[in-house]
Design a protein around this ligand. Structure first.
Ligand SMILES: NC(=O)c1ccc[n+]([C@@H]2O[C@H](COP(=O)([O-])OP(=O)(O)OC[C@H]3O[C@@H](n4cnc5c(N)ncnc54)[C@H](O)[C@@H]3O)[C@@H](O)[C@H]2O)c1
Ligand SMILES: [Zn+2]
Length: 365
């Protein structure tokens, strides 16, 4: 088993990565001594795939368990869904000491986490991520949120899990598009921090897409470690370290928002285009060479990710960048690459350079 500590003083916790770990979850959770009963937030598909082995393990360890399923959609991160989930949790709890387990991708991770953050002003929370995106990114670091009708993740909290149980084996049932979705975040870590990881991805991309167990364990471990280090250094995104994880997300989120979250592009696909746009900006600023752009574009393409967004109004995307969270004192902050393996934060990128890069990457027709 691979074990990574997220170093947060008294709130430190471990990410445990092991094939089949769901079947040991009861024993691990029991040892934490945080609850007598587990409220599992998931959806029907994931419950059918992995619910029984989780429940069996919890019951075998003397923990009561109940499933709460939500629709398999980003719409489950709504205030109504938060309210219903919390009511169901309160009925199950009856004051006996309950923890919330999110079993699934980032949607149930964010919803379950926000329910746990707000119920009784903070209830113990456990992440069992089942998408690649959730395993390498959203399950780590305690950002939990629900959406407003017009903007994602605007209502949220920092609420760290007590443990993250990552089973690379569950990725076998994920669609190849969802693997590519998660690969966008994996590539993101490589570009920001780790040029060796980038070369590893270039060399092994076909094995990764076939879910080779050695490759999957390595990339999940490496990305989880990088995220754990960043969260440990800057939990609440106050010191600047954590904000580099938003690389590719300024234009990526703007693309998601301009397409009204219609899911023509998923998060990773939007981030793929956002990362390339950030590389275009860096090229225009004279900070990187065309060779870096073509390496990134080549890797993303092989990972099944797009280089351009089609059918989206680029002017809407440019306008939407103005609503991004990464605005400090009215100035937009851009995470710009200085090559592969290193980024910097810029707050004075000329508007025409941003416009040019969006027009290159987002086309209406
Ligand atoms: N909190 C954070 O730090 C953070 C970071 C990144 C993204 N997010 C959020 O995460 C969400 C996206 O998460 P996601 O990409 O995991 O999407 P998701 O949760 O919608 O899951 C994608 C799809 O995969 C299915 N699925 C999940 N695990 C499966 C498995 N093992 N086998 C078969 N199917 C499976 C789901 O049912 C769903 O249909 C967004 O809401 C985003 O805002 C949060
Ligand atoms: Zn992301």
């Amino acid at each position: 088993m691979k074990k990574i500590k997220v170093p947060l003083g008294a709130r430190s916790y471990y990410i445990l990565i092991k094939k089949g770990i769901i079947s040991s979850s009861g024993r691990i959770i029991k040892k934490l001594n945080i609850a007598n009963a587990c409220f599992i937030v998931t959806n029907k598909k994931i419950k059918a795939l992995y619910g029984s082995r989780l429940k069996k393990s919890l019951l075998n360890s003397g923990l009561d368990a109940m499933f709460h399923t939500v629709a398999d959609s980003e719409r489950s991160k709504s205030h109504l869904s938060w309210f219903r989930t919390t009511q169901s949790l309160a009925r199950f709890d009856r004051g006996r000491g309950v923890c919330v387990i999110s079993l699934g991708g980032g949607v149930v991770g964010d919803l379950g986490g926000f329910v746990a953050a707000t119920y009784r002003r903070g209830t113990a929370f456990i992440q069992i991520p089942t998408t690649l995106l959730a395993q390498v990114d959203s399950s780590i670091g305690g950002k939990v949120a629900i959406d407003l009708d017009f903007a994602k993740n605007l209502v949220g909290a920092f609420h760290q899990p007590r443990v993250v149980l990552t089973d690379p084996h569950v990725l076998r049932t994920l669609s190849s598009r969802q693997i590519s979705n998660g690969m966008a975040e994996v590539v993101k870590y490589a570009v920001i921090f780790d040029k060796r990881l980038f070369s590893y991805l270039e060399k092994n991309i076909s094995r990764i897409l076939k879910l080779d167990p050695v490759c999957m364990e390595y990339i999940i471990y490496r990305c989880s470690r990088l995220k754990a280090e960043v969260v440990g250094a800057d939990e609440k995104e106050k010191k600047g370290y954590r904000s580099v994880l938003n690389f590719g997300h300024t234009i990526g989120h703007a693309i998601e928002s301009a397409s009204c979250y219609k899911q023509t592009l998923n998060h990773g696909e939007a981030i793929s285009i956002g990362m390339l746009a950030a590389f275009d900006i860096a090229t225009n600023l004279g900070m990187i060479t065309d060779r870096s752009v073509s390496r990134l574009e080549g890797l993303l393409k092989k990972a099944g990710l797009p280089a351009k967004a089609k059918g989206i109004n680029p002017l809407k995307v440019i306008a939407a960048t103005g609503y991004d969270k990464k605005i400090i004192n009215g100035r937009k902050r851009w995470i710009i690459p200085e090559g592969i393996g290193h980024t910097i934060i810029c707050s004075n990128v000329p508007a025409d350079i941003i416009k040019e890069s969006v027009l290159k990457r987002v086309v209406q027709a």
